[in-house]
Design a protein around this ligand. Structure first.
Ligand code: SAM
Length: 353
């Protein structure tokens, strides 16, 4: 997005920008879950100190008195054994201060669907931030029918980015399930802001929210999504007709139905365009005891399909690590992914013609 990267770690990226940049991030980030605006860094050795430092901060500038707030946290402090306790302490500090200043206080709940305060507390250092997103940005709003083992929308987008997909060459997604990879690809190829599909964000519940700027930024993002020509075919198939129907409806909700060709078939019969491109397969993992072994022949057939029908293509399989060796092809690259707690790999295969 052209913003400076000040720091990165495995949970996030720190940058610097205006409120407008923050709003744009909500609309345009494809792989992020939340956008946190730092409010204050404080020192707290225990919960009483956390309260004492939090109550001193000018919350009345950012939280509307008639609003509603939630506190969420990630805490690693030796004095804390109940993970909800710091949230209650921060919430108490904010409402006590606002009651003192205004004589009335905002409501609070634990749903994180209005103004959301995020506490990150490690050792004796704590950071309080305002969560512009509220509910996770992965909840784009198009996947009304999630299917059996759907990928998070953000994970699907990250897989596509890792493959270098840009819409200029065909994309084939056999085993498409609820269609997440194909839909994210269509959104990327058409230069559509994924956040436009959703209308509710945490930022709208902050005192600092600029409604007019938000309307302008959304209108600008809508104007930007002009690319509908020059997008190479996106083909998505699944053996289960009910999944193909759900994927089609999800694509329609996302406004990209016209960019994806859906059909029902075994992955081995997927129609392949003449010009080569990228093929991405996301197989089942079989998480229950014994199921993983049963999937071994399917993974071997996936390897055969890639070798026999996808020569000249960039082939990828996304799966749980334990299945990686069952495909019977040597991978050229293995990218680790934490997929909702499951240790996964995106495997790249060079399929020479
Ligand atoms: C892990 S799910 C894919 C989830 C998908 N990425 C999503 O986000 O919804 C695997 C899919 O493979 C499909 N499948 C299983 N065996 C198949 C086969 N032999 N041919 C085609 N699809 C198959 C299942 O119906 C299921 O939808």
């Amino acid at each position: 997005m052209g913003l400076p990267v000040e720091k990165t770690d495995h949970t996030g990226v720190t940058t610097r920008g205006t409120m407008h940049d923050g709003m744009k991030m909500l609309l345009w980030l494809r792989t992020g879950f939340h956008v946190h605006q730092r409010f204050a860094d404080i020192r707290a050795t225990d919960a009483d100190m956390l309260y004492a430092e939090t109550v001193r901060l000018p919350w009345e500038r950012v939280i509307p008195t008639e609003g509603c707030l939630s506190v969420v946290s990630a805490v690693d402090n030796p004095t804390i054994t109940n993970s909800m306790f710091p949230n209650v302490k921060v919430k108490d500090a904010i409402v006590d201060r606002m009651t003192k200043i205004h004589g009335s206080r905002p409501d609070s709940n634990s749903r994180a669907d209005h103004a959301v305060i995020h506490l990150f507390w490690k050792g004796d250092q704590a950071r309080l931030s305002l969560d512009f997103a509220g509910p996770k940005l992965s909840d784009r709003g198009y996947r009304r029918e999630p299917g059996k083992a759907p990928l998070r929308e953000t994970t699907a987008a990250a897989i596509l980015m890792e493959t270098g997909y840009d819409g200029s060459r065909p994309l084939v997604v056999p085993m498409c399930g609820s269609g997440t990879i194909a839909i994210e690809a269509a959104l990327m190829a058409a230069h559509r802001a994924p956040g436009l599909l959703r209308s509710r964000y945490g930022i709208q519940h902050l005192e600092t929210f600029d409604e007019e700027a938000w309307r302008d930024i959304r209108a600008e993002a809508k104007r930007d999504a002009i690319k509908t020509t020059g997008i190479a075919p996106i083909i998505a198939t699944d053996i289960d007709p009910s999944m193909v129907a759900s994927a089609g409806r999800n694509a329609r909700t996302a406004g990209v139905e016209h960019l994806i060709e859906f059909s029902t078939c075994d992955f081995a019969d997927t129609p392949m365009p003449d010009a080569p491109g990228t093929v991405i397969m996301h197989g089942e993992y079989g998480l229950r005891l014994g199921d993983a072994e049963e999937l071994a022949p399917t993974y071997a057939r996936m390897g055969d399909f890639l070798k026999q029908r996808c020569a000249g293509w960039d082939g990828y399989v996304f799966t749980a690590r334990e299945h990686a060796g069952r495909i019977g092809l040597k991978s050229a690259q293995r990218t680790p992914f934490d997929n909702a707690g499951i240790d996964c790999r995106l495997l790249r295969f060079e399929l020479y013609s």
